[in-house]
Each structure stands twice: as C-alpha cells, then as structure tokens.
Ligand binder design. Structure first.
Ligand SMILES: Cc1cc2nc3c(=O)[nH]c(=O)nc-3n(C[C@H](O)[C@H](O)[C@H](O)COP(=O)(O)OP(=O)(O)OC[C@H]3O[C@@H](n4cnc5c(N)ncnc54)[C@H](O)[C@@H]3O)c2cc1C
Length: 361
C-alpha cells in the first residue's frame, strides 16, 4: 500500500488525514507548530462545507462549538440599515475549535507536532523529504497542505508570483454575553460610506462573539509591530466614532488574542501537483477571504483526492483527474473573490446592494 506524508495540520491537512483514516490508508501528518498553538480567526461555513464535514466528524460536536447564522444585516457605519438577507444554513465556528474537532479523528501515532517537513529535491520522479533534524522521511505520495504561503509550492514553482491582496483583516474573539444576546444569531456587517473599511460581528456561542475588520491597505495603516496596543490603537483611530455598538465593542475588547491577517493570492494558479507531490487547500489555491470558501474548498479537495486515490489508478493519472475536477471550481471562487474585493474598495453608494460575503459557484 502507498505511504502518504501530509505536510501541515491546518484544516486541509487534518481533513485529508480524517478521510485517509476512515479509508484505512497508511499516512502520517507532520505539523511544525506545537499541538496547543492554534491561533486564528473564525470560519464562515456555507451549507456545503457542513455536508462535507459531516462525512468525517460527529456533526453534533461541531454544532455544540459554533452557531448557525439566521440573517445577514448590512449597515452603514453610522448604524443605518442598508439591507437584510436570510441565510440558509450558514455556520460560524472559531478556527481553534474546528482544528480541535478534526484533530480528534487522527490517532496520536499518525501525527507529529513540532516537525517541519521539507521537500529537498527530486530523484527518479519522487520527492526526497526531510525533517528539520535532517531525518529522511520515506513516502510514495506527499500531500502539501502547508498554507497560502506554502514553502513546498514556492520551492517547486520557483517562478510563481504571490501578491499581497489590497485588503487585510483584524480578527478578534471575545467573551461578551450581553452582546452575544443582543445580536442574536445574526451576522452584522457595518460599512464605511467611503468604502474600503468594514466591521463584522458574529455570535460564536451564547457567551462569545467574533468581530473582524477589513481594511484597504492603501488607505489605512497599522503599525507593523502588531502588538495588542498597536492593534487597539488602529481600531480606536478608525472605528472609535462608528455606531455605538461597534465603538463599545472595540473599546471593551481585550486585544491579547487579536490577530492581523495579511492576505495573499497567486497571480496565476500553479498546477495542483508535481511528480508525487500534490497540493491541497490554501497551498494549492489561496482564496480571498471575501469568498468564505477556504475551508469548504479544502474539504472538497480532501474528499476528491481520497476518492480518486481509492480508485487505485496510476498516481499521475489520479493527480491529473484531481486537478481537472477541482481547478474549474476554484477559478470561479478566485474570480468571485476579486469581484467582491473590487466592490469593497468602492464608495458605499457605488457598491451593489444585497451582496453576501460568500462566493457561490
Ligand atoms: C483573514 C482570513 C479570513 C478567512 N475567513 C474564512 C472564512 O470565513 N471561511 C472560510 O472557509 N475560510 C476562510 N479563510 C480561509 C481559511 O483560513 C483557509 O482556507 C483554511 O483554513 C485552509 O487552510 P489550510 O489548512 O490550507 O492552511 P493553513 O490553515 O495555513 O494551515 C497550514 C498548516 O501547515 C503548517 N505548516 C506550514 N509549513 C509546514 C512545514 N514545512 N512542515 C509542517 N507543517 C507546516 C502550518 O503551521 C499550518 O498549521 C480565511 C482566511 C483568512 C486569511
């Protein structure tokens, strides 16, 4: 049986490991972070993402850790309601909770933390792999799920152009029962009238909310120390005079776990495989956050690749089919993401009304 090495235990790598585990593959997953260092933001999952997750996890455990969103309410920054839309099975969960749930499906003997795995070179069409302590790792198939700035990808496709996206985000998860009650299960998003600046609020649980801001990096600047004080100052400077709900949240938040996300995209997609290395999730196709499709796409990549591997054809044929199945849909999300980004940069009165922050294929 083929031996599979997975690089990275984010949502992509862990969902792949869950699928391989359920189908009795011989695999091992290597993750460079420590087991408990799960930073990050929250995920909005459209219905399709939940359907894929339900194949590999106990879906009730997911429902306990996040919440379904009922309505998307779009506001001007002063609090005037601009539009409302019902949401159909859209779910929100923190990244750390989802990673924890997915990790439970991988036996401890199949995952190593604090291990950075590198593709060194290729001989006879196969990648040579080593860990940071120089131990060689033997594998027939290498699944690179090492994120949007994948080193594996950059090593193989040396000419690729990775670009900073004009939008970045600050994301924070805070305990606030009162506001969680107040916003009910709605997804609230406030937009500055000049465009390029938004503030979103979502309820994660009866006591926790997730808030995030999106900003045009050509107009708004954050001190690159990224300390909690710098992030707080940035939020106060730019959102301090917004609607009282927004200003009370940013004033009342702790910034110890606030996170700044620099967003990147590829100028042009690379092939999704090279010899016996195959790319999954953000490593194959970083998506602009406006699509809310990063997790669902990663789950679909894992599902598709597992199904094709089970057919047991020649590996190159399998990887070719994987790319043929997944690339067209990803190209649609990339196009939609760029459209949503361009709309976000426009003054509010030039933006289309009723646009959901989700890309549908
Ligand atoms: C601001 C922002 C908001 C987003 N919001 C949403 C949303 O609402 N909904 C949604 O679906 N998606 C969203 N996404 C996208 C989503 O985060 C990703 O698509 C999803 O998490 C899949 O990531 P991944 O597992 O491919 O990569 P990552 O989460 O980046 O995981 C890669 C893992 O690989 C490890 N690693 C890297 N190199 C090595 C190595 N050499 N050896 C071992 N380990 C290594 C890293 O430590 C990391 O754990 C958002 C992204 C951003 C930036």
């Amino acid at each position: 049986m083929s031996k599979v090495a997975i690089i990275g235990a984010g949502v992509s790598g862990l969902s792949m490991a869950n699928y391989l585990e359920k189908n009795n593959f011989d695999y091992h997953i290597y993750e460079r972070r420590t087991e408990d260092d799960v930073k990050g933001h929250g995920f909005i999952l459209p219905k399709e993402g939940i359907e894929y997750l339900s194949q590999i996890i106990d879906i009730e455990s997911l429902y306990k850790k996040g919440s379904f969103l009922k309505k998307y309410i779009c506001y001007c920054h002063n609090g005037e309601v601009l539009s409302e839309k019902d949401l159909d099975d859209v779910f929100v969960i923190s990244r750390s909770e989802l990673i924890e749930i997915l990790s439970k499906g991988v036996p401890s003997g199949n995952i190593s933390y604090e291990k950075t795995l590198t593709v060194d070179d290729f001989s006879n069409g196969k990648a040579n792999l080593s860990l940071d302590d120089k131990t060689s790792i033997d594998a027939d198939i290498i699944i690179a799920s090492d994120g949007s700035r994948s080193r594996t990808r950059r090593k193989i496709f040396e000419d690729e152009v990775i670009k900073a996206v004009l939008e970045n985000e600050v994301v924070n998860i805070i305990e606030d029962e009162e506001i969680a009650n107040q916003i009910e299960s709605n997804f609230l998003k406030f937009h500055h009238k000049n465009g390029g600046l938004t503030f979103g609020i979502l309820k994660l649980s009866p006591t926790k909310i997730l808030w995030y801001c999106q900003f045009d990096i050509t107009k708004y600047f954050i001190n690159e120390d990224y300390t909690p004080d710098c992030i707080k100052q940035f939020m106060l400077d730019n959102f301090g005079d917004w609607n009282p709900l927004v200003s009370s949240i940013i004033n009342g938040s702790s910034y110890e776990n606030a996170h700044i996300w620099r967003v990147y995209e590829l100028e042009k997609l690379n092939p999704f495989y090279h010899n016996n290395v195959v790319f999954l999730g953000d490593a194959a196709h970083p998506l602009i956050p406006f699509t809310s499709q990063g997790v669902t796409s990663a789950l679909k990549d894992s599902y598709t690749l597992t199904q094709l591997l089970m057919e047991g054809e020649n590996l190159q044929e399998t990887l070719k089919k994987y790319e043929e199945e997944r690339k067209p849909e990803i190209e649609i999300h990339i196009k939609n993401g760029r459209t949503l980004l361009n709309q976000f940069l426009l003054p509010l009165n030039e933006q289309p009304k009723n646009t959901l922050p989700i890309s549908y294929k």
